[in-house]
Design a protein around this ligand. Structure first.
Ligand code: CA
Length: 231
């Protein structure tokens, strides 16, 4: 059975999760602070992490960031805060999914199954080399994760890159927020398409504004469209 590491300082929640997950047949280990969570994740390579955001020693965000350098283990973040910026940060640091406390255990179990399945599918998929995309003076290389505008390298976060990649693959076609969510975050993001708008703003700041371009177009009540225009 898959092994799950729970990193949660609230003992009551940790114990509850441990019982429920063990009951589901998972092998469960628990850590109560960020430092020992990171150590356990590194030493024992679990199949999935349930990671609280607010932790003593190291925050969940920091654990996620450090772990992502060397591991693509699925991570589901837990937080007490229903705050878009926290979600964006957690997902940007490489968390796969996100749940706000209090949550229904059935929903967490469902998301665990989805995350494990996706991870297994990704591990089995042979990686086809992806082609370099260009639009006017913009170049996006999916293999080296490089984006250049007029020959200058533009530094994008992972999610920004994925958003731009998807938009450019669908050049001159409108894509919905749901499509972007599914493609970039990989699941239906319960009612939070705000996140997409946040990322479109980031991309405009990094690609459009500094180079006097207009590429990210808002299509009202639909979503977004990538189309290359110079101002
Ligand atoms: Ca906590």
């Amino acid at each position: 059975m898959p092994r799950i590491l729970i990193v949660e300082d609230e003992k009551k929640i940790a114990r509850f999760l441990e019982l429920e997950l063990t009951h589901e047949g998972y092998e469960v280990e628990t850590a109560f602070d960020g430092r020992s969570g990171l150590d356990a994740a590194t030493a024992r390579e679990p199949d999935l992490l349930i990671l609280d955001l607010m932790l003593p020693q190291l925050s969940g965000i920091e654990v996620c960031r450090r772990l992502r350098v060397k591991s693509d283990v699925p991570i589901i973040m837990l937080t007490a805060k229903d705050d878009v910026s926290d979600k964006v940060m957690g997902l940007d640091m490489g968390a796969d999914d996100y749940m706000t406390k209090p949550f229904a255990i059935e929903e967490l179990l469902a998301r665990i199954r989805v995350a494990l399945k996706k991870h297994r599918a990704a591990a089995q998929m042979p990686e086809a080399p992806e082609e370099i995309l260009t639009a006017g003076c913009i170049t996006l290389d999916p293999t080296s994760w490089q984006v250049t505008v007029r020959g200058e390298s533009v530094s994008l976060t992972r999610k920004e890159f994925d958003c731009l990649h998807y938009l450019m693959k669908n050049m001159n076609k409108a894509v919905t927020r749901d499509q972007l969510m599914n493609e970039v975050w990989g699941y239906d993001y319960y009612g939070d398409s705000n996140t997409v708008d946040v990322y479109m703003r980031y991309l405009r700041h990094k690609i459009d504004e500094p180079y006097h371009l207009k590429t990210i177009h808002t299509i009202r009540s639909v979503g977004y469209l990538f189309s290359y225009e110079e101002e």
